[in-house]
Ligand binder design. Sequence first.
Ligand SMILES: [Zn+2]
Ligand SMILES: [Zn+2]
Length: 101
Amino acid sequence: MSDDDLVPLFGQMMTRDWAEALIAEQSDTVVRDADGSYVRIPYGSETFRTPIESRNGPCRHCSTIHGKLHSFDCDYEQCPKCNFQLMTCDCEFIGHEWREE
Ligand SMILES: [Zn+2]
Ligand SMILES: [Zn+2]
């Protein structure tokens, strides 16, 4: 089994490792920090942008579909704590401390 295999997920073909990561992401519905916990915002429910395309097709960054969670570092995921773009906001969540360069 190679990581380059293409497998179907959400009506598309994608690499196996990406599909597995996206499936795992769907059970990671809550993020936490020292102040509390926050329910993640699925594709199509963002308010920092107008995700009209969620009804027409998958997320163009992470391939998730309407109503499903993005890959956590997706450009289009909204931060459930500050409501800005998660990728660029300053919040840090336990287990997701990827921002350190
Ligand atoms: Zn996405
Ligand atoms: Zn934030």
